[in-house]
Design a protein around this ligand. Structure first.
Ligand code: FAD
Length: 476
């Protein structure tokens, strides 16, 4: 009789070699060589192969091409002759993608026999099965990522249904596309594709787009997106066959699309992982309870990190969670780690971002809101980027910054500054005590901080927040 399993024993098994798994690996290999990393599919990580990086490469191409609309205002003529060569745009995306995946792919070769290519399954809290091998592990880190959700009935449209797994592989873009789901991924890609010259209709059942919740910021974002694509928000999208194309219905008129990019969210890759063998309750989505400060599942020697736990599907959180999981997997007693100030950035134009508490979660009576409108901001005007709004939320009693949402120029940078300040527990006043250069977009941030400081009783100080306005944006 041929034995189907070889029995092996290791200290740590990491399942999934994405950002969370590879960060866990970095921490594990500092402490022990007695580990295995198991990964199904390619070893390039979602971020590098089909996520953050190729999407940003496409978005940057769209931004570069779109800039032609501003050139006449700068006194530069001839922009009407510019054309986007979409196959060349996509070839560049793939070229960059290939370079980005090369790094993580090398890890497999470096690990030699400690890397296993294959789909793993749990056979208990201390047992993993892969490729006909059964491995006993003292600790297991699950970092299996997530996959794009495509409703079953939509699969019949075959290759006309795109996800971010297939979008960047296209040799060319269709002439008419629908994007269903305008969360962070859908919103930024829909705008980029439209700006490259594709006729795009964007659908979302919610009117809250790109993960934002502040009605005033959302109004700016919807107007900006509405200039590039047909927006159909507030009703779910319906897809029907239309003689070789897809008829998309929802809010407003139907749209006939050659292809539909489905960006309605991602589901943790846990279905075939054998979580039931852990003997812990699973919720309706099949997820066990995970402590976000230890990444541990119910006191077991099993840790669940990254997109796979369905909590915060963004890269720096996946990396943190991989580190937390590995640190605790190797510790005698799991340690509670603090999590960072929430930060989410959407790379549309103007950029959308949220920091700390969302507007929807705030108590309006306890919150001071400071706002800046960038339409008259000096530096933004010089760059022809004077559009957008930034709203900062602070605790009315203490002046401490608690959150911000924005759709504004340089949102990715302004959001970082605010996140750094919030994590340091700073008040609007404390931030105003720091230097702001001139002329910069950060002066817009300063205006919003001053508007907050004026509403907080103990925020008096030397800053101009408490002086009458001269209506000069650089001073206010
Ligand atoms: C289009 C797009 C754009 C994005 N843009 C941004 C952005 O701008 N900024 C940002 O912060 N985040 C962004 N993200 C999110 C970010 O990419 C993810 O949060 C991050 O990549 C998750 O990493 P991970 O390690 O959890 O999963 P992954 O990198 O997906 O790794 C999981 C690995 O586990 C493997 N696996 C799954 N099941 C098994 C199994 N049973 N056995 C063995 N291996 C298995 C998978 O094949 C995969 O290799 C974007 C995502 C997408 C899709």
């Amino acid at each position: 009789l041929r034995k189907s399993f070889t029995s092996e024993q290791v200290e740590v098994v990491i399942i999934g070699a994405g950002t969370a798994g590879l960060t866990a690996l970095q921490a594990v290999r500092k402490a022990t060589d007695d580990f295995l990393v198991i990964n199904g599919g390619h070893w390039g990580t979602t971020c590098a192969a089909s996520g953050c990086m190729p999407s940003k490469a496409l978005i940057e191409a769209a931004k570069a091409y779109h800039r032609r609309h501003d050139l006449a205002a700068f006194g530069v003529s001839g922009a009407e002759h510019l054309r986007a060569d979409i196959p060349a745009v996509l070839a560049r995306v793939r070229h960059l993608r290939d370079e980005f995946v090369a790094g993580p792919r090398k890890v497999r070769d470096e690990l030699g026999p400690r890397a296993i290519s294959g789909w793993a399954r749990l056979a208990g809290p201390d047992r993993v099965v892969v490729e006909g091998r059964e491995i006993a592990a003292r600790r297991i880190i699950l970092a299996t990522g997530s996959s794009a959700i495509v409703p079953g009935p939509w699969r019949k449209f075959g290759r006309r249904i795109l996800t971010t797994d297939s979008l960047f592989e296209l040799p060319d873009l269709p002439r008419r596309m629908a994007v269903v789901g305008l969360g962070p991924v859908g919103a930024e890609l829909a705008q980029a594709i439209a700006r490259l010259g594709v006729e795009v209709a964007g659908y979302d059942e919610s009117r809250n787009l790109a993960g934002l919740t502040d009605p005033e910021v959302l109004a700016v974002l919807r107007e900006a997106l509405g200039r590039d694509l047909d927006l159909h928000v507030g009703e779910p999208a319906r897809l029907e066959d239309a003689h070789g194309a897809i008829r998309v219905g929802g809010a407003g008129d139907d749209f006939i699309a050659e292809a539909v990019l489905v960006a309605i969210g991602r589901r943790p890759n846990l279905g075939d992982l054998g979580l039931e063998s852990l003997g812990v309750p699973l919720d309706d989505a099949g997820l066990p309870e995970v402590d976000p400060h230890t990444m541990q599942i119910a006191g077991l020697p099993v840790y669940l990190a990254g997109d796979a736990n369905g909590r915060l599907p963004i890269l720096h959180e996946a990396a943190d969670e991989g580190y937390i999981a590995a640190s605790n997997a190797l510790a005698e007693t799991p340690k509670q780690f603090c999590r960072r100030t929430g930060l989410g950035i959407v790379f549309c134009s103007p950029g959308a971002a949220r920091v700390g508490a969302r507007h929807a979660d705030l108590d309006p009576d306890a919150t001071a809101v400071g706002q800046v409108d960038f339409s008259n901001q000096g530096r933004a005007r010089t760059a022809e980027k004077n559009e957008g709004v930034l709203r900062i939320y602070a605790d009315r009693a203490s002046g401490k910054l608690v959150g911000a949402e924005m759709c504004a120029p340089a949102a990715e940078h302004l959001a970082h500054l605010l996140a750094l300040a919030m994590q340091q527990d700073l008040s609007a006043r404390a931030m105003l005590g720091m230097p702001f250069y001139h002329p910069v977009l950060e002066e817009g941030l300063r205006s919003a901080l001053r508007a907050v400081a004026r509403q907080v009783s103990d925020q008096a100080g030397s800053d101009l927040a408490h002086c009458p306005s001269l209506n000069i944006p650089a001073l206010d």
